[in-house]
Design a protein around this ligand. Structure first.
Ligand code: ADP
Ligand code: MG
Length: 246
């Protein structure tokens, strides 16, 4: 579903990603961890075309982007990749002047030209999935952070992506609100969504991930199944990182 080869990204003199190789199969749940500044967000942003890599190849659901392609083909590839991926950020960025339902129906109606009736039906089923159907006519400011993030997830799902990327989806939430968001993500995982999740929630990683990827200094330092990674990290870098979490 996702294949990344020798992916590099620099911002002027700052080399943020230094040759990343990743392969992720359909329905895999990968948790991406690493110290602040190690390039996790940049990697996710490259994977859905928000950031253009400076080196390497990305393949998402059969669509390839590589450095050698013409500008037009790159643009085309990025458009295709964006269609396949949904992204949820730390800050929810709901449209404040739109109701919950309008937030969820907007993208399918504008970007996919979905008829309103169909978009509303889709939105209602997604809101019910995230447990917020009864809030459909409410404005985001009336919702808790956890509820807003669940709407943001529903909004992203409304574009019917094949892959969901989560960048610290619970980091901006009060601790008592993280559980409801993680529960929605857990449910999505159960339903077979392919997911990459950047998070500090190690309990989620242990319970839900098939694989943990540990990044530091712009490279993948190690990866493994959660059980093995947490019990016996192979690198000193990972051991140090895990000690700091306790
Ligand atoms: P993480 O998500 O692991 O904390 P990021 O991917 O956000 O790390 O950032 C990695 C490094 O890249 C940081 O040093 C950050 O300052 C830098 N960086 C990220 N985005 C930009 C940008 N648009 N311009 C310049 N530097 C950036
Ligand atoms: Mg980040």
């Amino acid at each position: 579903m996702i294949e990344v080869n020798s992916l590099g990204k620099r911002f002027d003199d700052l080399e943020v990603l230094k040759g990343i190789d990743i392969q992720i199969g359909a329905k895999e749940i990968v948790v991406l961890i690493g110290p602040s500044g190690s390039g996790k967000s940049t990697l996710l942003r490259c994977l859905n075309g928000l950031e253009e890599p400076t080196e390497g190849t990305i393949r998402v659901g059969g669509i390839e982007w590589n450095q050698a392609m013409s500008a037009n083909m790159k643009k085309e590839a990025i458009r295709g990749i964006r269609n396949l991926t949904g992204m949820v950020f730390q800050s929810f960025h709901l449209f404040p002047h739109m109701t919950v339902l309008e937030n969820v129906t907007m993208a399918p109606m504008t970007a996919k030209k979905m008829p309103k009736e169909q978009a509303v039906r889709l939105a209602e089923s997604l809101l019910s999935k995230v447990g917020l159907l009864e809030k459909r006519d409410v404005y985001p400011s009336k919702l808790s952070g956890g509820q807003q993030q669940r709407v943001a997830i529903a909004r992203s799902l409304a574009m019917q992506p094949q892959i969901m990327l989560f960048d610290e989806p619970t980091s901006a939430l009060d601790p008592e609100l993280t559980g409801e968001v993680l529960a929605v993500m857990k449910q999505l995982a159960k339903e077979g969504m392919t997911m990459i999740v950047v998070t500090h929630e190690m309990k989620f990683a242990r319970e839900v991930a098939n694989r943990v990827i540990f990044m530091a200094d712009g490279i993948i330092q190690e990866e493994g199944v959660p059980k093995q990674f947490f019990a016996q990290p192979q690198t000193e870098r990972a051991r140090k990182f895990l000690r700091q979490l306790d």
